[in-house]
Design a protein around this ligand. Structure first.
Ligand code: F0G
Length: 457
């Protein structure tokens, strides 16, 4: 293991999917039809799809085999019990409520806990989490540490919560905070991990104020790997053990199995509070389904149960984080401004720094994402003013950062695909001063990044 420096994919390919090369002219035409919104593209027109790491990973032989064991009984299926065991092995919460994906768990939880006058703190809310909080009339506040807002600041746990700011909020509005959330890893802040030390400190504040702590645990395994690598005293621990400690510090969690569940669909809400679980299950039945399948088929439950065994494997996590870092290091050497240190699931290009001639309200992230697709067929995702600039009152203001995320689907692309991405990004970055900003010509009242249409300024 220690003899060779190259960290290889710890798998070989068993089934292949074609990807299609297109020309710049074809992609220009596709962009026009899509209103310059990469969510509107046909995926078949994308060569390397780094839009998201959510539900886009490759399942293993053993997951496909598990799917054959899927039992589609409406109630009490063996697949449900396999899923329950898989979840509770890592997250020993009393109640596990399966949902079709993470945001369904958020919707249910905040429907019970949210409402006008309430405020939900998080290190950084993901867009759906924020939208689900705000949809109830509650307020979503981001309290990540100062380093977490500075793309260039180096800190081993840039996803940490600002504990003093949390304490202040709880002192000022003791009756208004129904739950404190910590997102691991902090996706909107660059895929940055949260330390055990920080989770313990947040737990202590929550205890003093009698407020429950929930994890948005989408990328829990990557977070645990960073804890093992970076946190003093954690290097010899097993990953499942670190995950259980993270879970033990919380009262509940929301989860998207499309990330560290290594599945294409699925999620859950888990918690200890009996009365709250009862209320959530009643809502689950209205929209997702009976509590032993939620929004999922028995086969999905099986795929997740197996995925949870594979995602905590150290060979997998070493490769996962090293391959993301490989992309980051190559772009960094070429001088492309990036969020550092590199996160686990994605590399984030600092579009505001790369395109200083484009004002935030002319969406430098969108301009860069469109250019990467136009030049190389690479689909990334703007995480900036398009995604977060729209305020609930209809006004617009610049987001804290304008980033383009290149999210790496799990176990899907090889090193040569990534070498191609590196070549294209560097080519575009070298010509960044020629890119123009964008304006929005059409947008919905919320979550506009999914459907807005754009034109060049
Ligand atoms: N929380 C975090 C931190 C997420 O990253 C996501 C999804 C969700 C919640 C919602 O989960 O998609 O299963 O409903 N993130 C994806 C992404 C979509 O591209 O980062 P979901």
């Amino acid at each position: 293991m220690d003899r060779w420096r190259t960290i290889i994919e710890p798998f070989r390919i068993h089934s292949v999917e074609p990807i299609r090369l297109t020309t710049v002219e074809q992609r220009d035409a596709a962009l026009e039809v899509a209103g310059y919104n990469l969510f509107n593209l046909h995926a078949a027109d994308v060569l390397i799809d780094l839009l998201t790491d959510s539900g886009t990973g490759a399942m293993s032989r053993d997951q496909w085999a598990a799917i054959q064991h899927g039992d589609e009984s409406y109630a009490g299926s063996p697949s449900w019990f396999a899923f329950l065991k898989g979840v509770q092995t890592l997250f020993p919460f009393r109640h596990v409520i399966p949902t079709h994906q993470g945001r369904a768990a958020e919707k249910i939880l905040f429907s019970v806990l949210g409402g006008p006058g309430k405020v939900v703190p998080n290190n950084t809310h993901f867009d759906t989490t924020r939208a689900n909080v705000e949809a109830t009339g509650a307020e979503a506040v981001d309290l990540v540490i100062a380093e977490g807002r500075d793309p260039a600041a180096l800190h081993p746990f840039k996803g940490n919560m600002d504990v003093a700011a949390l304490e202040r909020l709880l002192d000022e509005r003791p009756a208004d905070v129904p739950v404190v959330f910590v997102t691991v890893t902090n996706n909107s802040g660059g895929g940055q991990p949260v330390s055990l030390e920080n989770l313990r400190a947040v737990r202590a504040v929550c205890d003093r104020h009698g407020v429950p702590l929930f994890l948005d645990a989408c990328r829990f395994a990557e977070n645990a790997w960073f804890i093992k690598l970076r946190e003093p005293g954690q290097g010899d621990r097993e990953i499942p053990d670190i995950v259980r400690e993270m879970a033990g510090l919380a009262d509940g969690m929301t989860m998207s199995a499309k990330k560290d569940g290594l599945a294409n669909i699925g999620g859950w809400l888990a918690l200890n509070d009996d009365a709250l679980a009862e209320q959530c299950r009643n809502l689950l039945i209205l929209t997702e389904g009976f509590p032993t399948y939620g929004g999922l088929a028995g086969r999905d439950l099986e795929a997740i149960a197996q995925g949870l065994r594979e995602v905590v494997d150290e060979d997998y996590l070493r490769y996962r984080v090293a391959s993301t870092e490989y992309l980051g290091e190559a772009l960094d050497r070429a001088g492309v401004p990036l969020v550092k240190p590199f996160g686990g699931h994605a590399i984030y290009i600092d579009a505001r720094a790369l395109l200083p001639h484009i004002a935030p309200l002319e969406y430098p992230g969108q301009a860069l994402a469109v250019a990467l697709y136009r030049e190389g067929g690479i689909r990334g995702c703007e995480i900036g003013t398009v995604m977060f600039g729209q305020q609930p009152d209809g006004t617009e203001s610049p987001a804290a950062m304008d980033l383009v995320r290149l999210a790496i689907p799990r176990r899907t692309y090889t090193q040569s695909h990534i070498d191609y991405v590196i070549e294209v990004v560097i080519w575009v970055a070298e010509r960044a001063s020629g890119l123009r900003g964008m304006r929005i010509v059409e947008q919905p009242p919320a979550l506009r990044h999914f459907t807005a249409r754009f034109a060049a300024v």
